[in-house]
Design a protein around this ligand. Sequence first.
Ligand code: SAH
Length: 234
Amino acid sequence: MFLFARFYVFLFLLVAFPDQRDQDDYVELRKDMVERQIRNRGVNDQAVLNAMLKVPRHLFVPDHQQPYAYDDRPLSIGNNQTISQPYIVGFMTEAISPEKGDKVLEIGTGSGYQAAVLAEIVDKVYTIEIISELADRAENTFKRLGYDNIYSMAGDGYAGWPEEAPFDAIMVTAAPEEIPPPLIEQLKEGGRMIIPVGPIYRVQSLQLLIKRNGKMKVQDLLPVRFVPFTREEN
Ligand code: SAH
């Protein structure tokens, strides 16, 4: 008898709160993603893992892509742009050694997912997106999810964000052929920058730069393929 009652309560919950069930499914997918794709491949900064466990990646992609949001690959977000593969997000976030009090600049907001992961760890995130439609969409997502430490702007990130410089770290998620000099200038002494550099639509090198005594120490980390860093606002 009790068993039946429980069954009906279960059925009722399933029918009355389908969204909750969906959200729980996504929590499981997210745990699995962090375990298999991120931790297993060598990202072990606990703050990065916690941030990726927390940020609902599926709410950053278009509705029809939500079921694939935790897959091991980049996804299309419209306007010919992509949200990076989860592993790349974890790898790049760990590489800039984000600290609690940091002020970080991101160029290439895209879906806003990377900015949200950073915002879980650091104090303030500034992010610039050249395609205004994507910038607007990301800004709505930040509002909806309550991120009040992300400052976003539509525009060409080549010039950085001089009014808010200098930054503890800068992350660029589109590939220029050469590093924009204003970004180097806007990095603090001891600051870290991660950026894919190389030819358009070919293999680029993901570089980590550290500013020491005003000079940049450069390290090539990974061969990657990012969307191009463009110069035209649209
Ligand atoms: N970080 C994103 C993925 C970005 S894809 C995420 O988490 O979803 C790269 C983005 O960089 C694209 O949206 C592209 O429009 C943008 N972009 C390219 N050139 C740019 C520029 N000069 N300034 C700002 N954004 C740029």
